[in-house]
Design a protein around this ligand. Structure first.
Ligand SMILES: [Zn+2]
Ligand SMILES: [Zn+2]
Length: 157
């Protein structure tokens, strides 16, 4: 994902499609589907450039709670400064090109949630009979009380 600057002071639009293998973003939990699309605009900001745009990615994973296979896509907006000199709030670039690969990889990896859920309030599977509780209750008695808390149960407030 290299943008050739050619000393440009005008905006440069970019549009890339890269395989997840080429981006090296393989993960044991998430399978990335199809190409990762990165599009946006690079603007000259004096001494450097500002890249802004959107990363589009398709993925497949198993819900941590109900184990259902989920296919989804995400749009990740991004904005990154590039400077030709060392500075804290920008990525350094050398020569006449800017490479977005590293930034795009970082954004995708940091967007991965700690838990993968089919929906935020997924009820998961019954611990006793294994039924998917999103489809309705099974009637099992799942109230196994932790002995450390049983004393609280008898506490009348
Ligand atoms: Zn689920
Ligand atoms: Zn059950």
């Amino acid at each position: 994902m290299i943008i050739h600057l050619n000393g440009a002071k005008e905006d440069i639009t970019f549009d890339f499609a890269v395989s997840s293998d080429a981006l090296d973003i393989s993960s044991s939990e998430t399978e990335y589907l199809g190409d990762v699309k990165v599009s946006g605009k690079l603007s000259y900001i004096g001494g450097g450039y500002l890249a802004g745009g959107c990363i589009e990615i398709g993925k497949k994973f198993l819900c941590d709670r109900c184990l259902k296979e989920v296919e989804t896509s995400a749009k990740l907006p991004f904005e990154e400064k590039f400077a030709s000199y060392e500075t804290e709030d920008a990525t350094l670039f050398n020569g006449d090109e800017i490479n977005l690969t590293e930034i795009v990889r970082d954004i995708i990896l940091s967007s991965e949630p700690i838990s993968h859920l089919c929906k935020e309030n997924c009820k998961g599977l019954c611990k006793i009979c294994g039924k998917d509780l999103n489809e309705g209750d099974c009637g099992c008695d799942r109230r196994t009380v932790d002995p450390r808390f049983s004393v609280l149960e008898n506490l009348k407030i």
